[in-house]
Ligand binder design. Structure first.
Ligand SMILES: C=C(O[C@H]1C=CC=C(C(=O)O)[C@@H]1O)C(=O)O
Length: 409
């Protein structure tokens, strides 16, 4: 099923260079902003020229690719920039579970981009300048439990640990949700600005109400080159520099975290290997230090052997063991049974694709689904046979603080 807003005639797309627009978020109108940025660069969009509801099912990525290829192939495009992200672009968010509804692709009416010293504006159809209103504060935020209370979630972690120890699987990832209610409608632009300022290393995203700052790049495709940043293994930040360094070292030396990380790296190797003629994965991870936590991180690069689009690569990679587990099917079964919730877009792929098949997709972590005054926040942790439920809860709380900060400032 697909729903096209506006005309079903070919899209008329025009991309022109523009002067450096500065902070991209200051150009966004309040209604339905789209974003994918890091270190002040990337794409923001607004208005909806086309919205496509992707039907659930195991072939949803292929369906989405075919639908977009057909739409982009018949578009009338004038592109004076010709760079990844110029010409027609769709933002997208896919649910974690292929059987859950809610996966969506949107071609914004206007996209403003800034990258490598260049900036450009893409318009689809008639140009309508969105009115930029001042950012609005949502007022006091009240939090509530999501599907499980904290003790219930610890209990679920303990059950997962028992399953792992019984030999049914090696690793799973359990997530929890929190609800938040604001006094006034939540202005997504305010969340984006706060997230980008505090988490410049992360990819700040907004797509159809799913808003967050993820450190985990699932895949960037630029022509034949693919890049990914595999994360798994986490420790909260320390209280001072010495404590921070000690924790970083402990994370690096932790057998549990190193093995958890290896599972995630191997799942990426398995997924990318068949698509690539060349794949470089470092033997030893590095530390990624964020404002709230530190992660074990492995930057991966590869050369695509056949003309796979970024969505084909996403299809092959999702779900990695950083958000699913090892082996995948057994881990997903444990998640379905123990989490007691639908993850919706959390831990699913989020990002953008252009008509050349280039694009950037992250794993939607450190995020919330926003609707009016309501938000649903998510965070999860890799669970191993020696996981301690209380430490996993503390880690989940540290991850939830990203969106709590975005809401409260
Ligand atoms: C599942 C999440 O994080 C994943 C990514 C990085 C580190 C993780 C960990 O150490 O557990 C998780 O695998 C989340 O942030 O909700």
């Amino acid at each position: 099923m697909s729903v096209a807003l506006g005309s079903t005639r070919p899209l008329v797309v025009r991309t022109t260079p523009v002067d450096d627009p500065g902070d991209l978020f200051t150009r966004l109108p309040e209604t339905a902003p789209y974003a994918w940025t890091r270190h002040g660069e990337g794409l923001v969009g607004w208005g909806e020229a086309v919205r496509v509801a992707v039907p659930p099912g195991p072939r949803r990525f292929d369906w989405a690719r075919d639908r977009l290829s057909a739409m982009f192939a018949e578009a009338l495009v004038e592109d004076d920039v010709v760079a990844p992200g110029s010409g027609p672009v769709a933002f997208g968010s896919f649910t974690f579970d292929p059987e859950s509804p809610g996966s969506v692709l949107v071609v914004p009416r206007t996209i403003l981009a800034r990258r490598d010293g260049r900036a450009w504006l893409t318009t689809v159809g008639e140009q309508r300048l969105g009115t930029v209103t001042p950012l609005r504060d949502p007022g006091r935020i009240r939090y509530g439990d999501g599907s499980l209370t904290a003790p219930e979630w610890e209990h679920a972690v303990a059950r997962a640990v028992r399953r792992i120890r019984s030999g049914l699987l090696e690793k799973t990832v359990l997530a929890r949700d929190l609800t938040a209610t604001a006094e006034r409608p939540i202005d997504v632009r305010l969340l984006l600005s706060r997230l980008a300022r505090r988490y410049p290393e992360c990819y700040t995203f907004s797509c159809s109400g799913l808003v967050g700052a993820t450190p985990e790049l699932l895949v960037r495709r630029t022509g034949e080159t693919v890049e990914s940043l595999v994360l798994a293994g986490t420790i909260p930040r320390g209280t001072d520099r010495a404590d921070d360094m000690a924790r970083g070292t402990a994370l690096f030396d932790s057998e549990k975290d190193r093995y958890e990380h290896t599972c995630a790296v191997e799942s990426v190797r398995e997924a990318l290997g068949p698509l690539c003629s060349e794949l470089k994965i470092p033997e030893v991870p590095e530390l990624l230090v964020l404002s709230n936590v530190q992660h074990l991180a492995s930057p991966v690069t590869g050369r695509l052997s056949a003309g796979a689009s970024v969505l084909d690569v996403v299809a092959a990679m999702h779900p990695t063991a950083a958000v699913g587990g090892t082996p995948t099917e057994a881990a997903l079964e444990v998640i379905r049974e123990l989490e007691g919730m639908d993850r919706a877009g959390y831990a699913g792929p989020v990002g953008w694709i252009d008509a050349r098949g280039d694009g950037e997709w992250g794993i939607a972590l450190r995020c919330a689904q926003i609707e009016g005054v309501n938000a649903r926040l998510f965070a999860g942790c890799g669970i191993m046979g020696d996981s301690d439920p209380a430490s996993e809860l503390a880690e989940a709380q540290a991850k939830l603080r990203v969106m709590q900060y975005a809401l409260e400032g």
